[in-house]
Design a binder for this molecule. Structure first.
Ligand SMILES: [Fe+2]
Length: 219
């Protein structure tokens, strides 16, 4: 059955690397998730979970610190970073190093990320199809402008592993729908789950969704 959702008010989110011939590209997913799509996106941009959820790949318990970073909210979405992180294996090739992360939440359920290292740029676009308030499908595009010998299937397997680690966290979070925060509420009135300085991106996201009038998959 087809359901009309109305006329799109914006174009498809931009992923500029996709048409750049100097980048190689691949797709990953879709991944099925028993949770709100907003939980999925919030987890994806929250770099503070790397050191315990993605040990040996995106993070390490020896490097849990998140430096201060900038969050900007405007009509085009939310920009986060850059955030500088040391990562044991940031792209699945087994290479460690310092990575500069830039992120943009360009739609409520679409996230664009760029990871810059000495090798080059590795960009990702995640977008979520909300099936139900508590059920989602995650689609991924990746593009990189360097080669280190790893095959496309190696990178897909890497993303599959990251997703399996993320799903364990996301599907255990309660409430399943993402609690929102209005501009007038302060952190102390709010949730026990968002309390640290490094949560400022999550706070901005939850306020932005509230301002947009989102009511599906949130509470
Ligand atoms: Fe993750």
């Amino acid at each position: 059955m087809w359901v009309c959702l109305g006329e799109p008010s914006q174009d498809v989110p931009s992923f500029p690397e996709w048409n750049d011939l100097s980048y190689r590209k691949f797709v990953f997913g879709p991944y099925h998730c028993h949770s709100s799509g907003f939980r999925v996106i919030e987890n994806a941009f929250d770099v503070s979970h790397f050191s315990f959820a993605h040990q040996g790949s995106l993070g390490s318990p020896e490097h849990p610190e998140i430096e201060d970073y900038e969050v900007k909210v405007n009509v085009e979405g939310i920009t986060i970073g850059k955030i500088s992180l040391w990562q044991p294996n940031f792209d699945g090739s087994g290479t460690d190093g310092k990575i500069e992360w830039s992120q943009k939440i360009c739609r409520p359920l679409t996230l664009y990320q760029v990871k810059e290292s000495v090798q080059g740029k590795y960009s990702l676009l995640f977008t979520v199809t909300p099936i139900e308030e508590n059920e989602s499908l995650i689609w991924g595009l990746a593009a990189m402008n360097y080669s280190d010998g790893a095959s496309e299937s190696d990178f897909q397997a890497f993303q599959d592993r990251l997703w399996a680690e993320d799903a364990e966290i996301i599907e255990s979070q309660r409430p399943v729908c993402l609690p929102l925060l209005s501009q007038s509420e302060t952190n102390s009135d709010w949730l026990p789950e968002v309390h640290a300085q490094c949560d400022r991106a999550s706070i901005a996201y939850r306020r932005w969704l509230k301002d947009l009038g989102i009511t599906f998959g949130v509470c």
